[in-house]
Ligand binder design. Sequence first.
Ligand code: OSB
Ligand code: MG
Length: 382
Amino acid sequence: MRPITIKAIKFHPISLPYVEPFRTSFGEEPFKAAVLVELTTEEGVTGWGEAAVETKPGYGPETMITALHILPHFVSTRLVGKTINHPTEIPAMIRAVRGNNHAKAGVEAAVWDAFAKANDMRLVELFESCLSEDHRSRGYATVGVSIGIRPTVEATVEIIQKRVDQGYKRIKLKIEPGWDVELAKGVRAAFPDVMLMLDANSAYTLADADHLKQLDAYNLLMIEQPLGHEDIYQHSLLQPQLQTPICLDESIKSADDLRLAIKVGACRILNLKPARVGGFTESLEIYKFCVEHEIPLWIGGMLETGVGRAGNTAFASLPGVTLPCDISATDRYFKQDISEPPFVLSPDSTLPVPEGPGIGVEVLSDRVEKAEADWQERDPFA
Ligand code: OSB
Ligand code: MG
């Protein structure tokens, strides 16, 4: 494959209004924020990536401000002027920058996009070329929808009905102490057969084990990240007490974290967010491990713009991704995205992988400019 030489990397902090607020156990983000990465090569190709960070250190420790500190000062400096023979070289080149996976994943994604475009390939074809012959893309991602904490069970049932009517076949509900068993009971009564799961975003401790056991009564697909965001050990003590499979999200930041979690029985399912593990290179290693060990795998989301969504959809179309993903249609998040075309849900609860070269969506510079101006007017500490 043709190498690329990185000429320049630009960072665009942006914000976009959400169509509706999204509350989790760690709080509410008032608007969508992200750092878009625009990478140009000496060959004249432009690649885009999205650093999926939020305004507050709620999901993980990174924020918009930490990404804007780390990326230009520590990541760009290691990459600009360098010739890249394959995007999988990037993690080693920025390994000296500890942590900051979401920020680094944004740059890595821009390299994947540019490299695919420079080689006249779709991003999904580039992923396939890293896997064995039997791992061809399905051409679409099977998806569900993640629903935030609402004031009442009735309001939750109402929004689930709307999502089911739109065609989403898997529903994920955010929970927190005081908003769990009654919610699951009420929702199960209204939707006896829907594929249902819960996400606690680390809101519980092992002392809640007896309380969490009550959730076994509601035929849940899984419970995501009940305990500490860095914990693996306590989850290994909780899983044997539950029938419901535990899925880890926050705790798994690398393939080695997953190897440990599986070894000690901390989870049975993985939510893989390419952003959380530092990008697609580490994601491919995790993918191969899950295939080899028959670990049910799905791709999570960070309410990404079209740039992040395009890459995640491509990855989620690989056959080793066996459960519905947290990648919903554009209109579930934004009135207008920064890229075109929007992602539209098919009736069978799938999203097609974009067709064009690289990530396959076009980033519109006037929309990026507008979203950057919007960010400048926001209080970054709101
Ligand atoms: O825990 O999966 C999570 C969004 C922001 C931070 C954490 C999470 C989420 C979601 C949204 O659940 C999933 C999506 O992008 O639709
Ligand atoms: Mg989660």
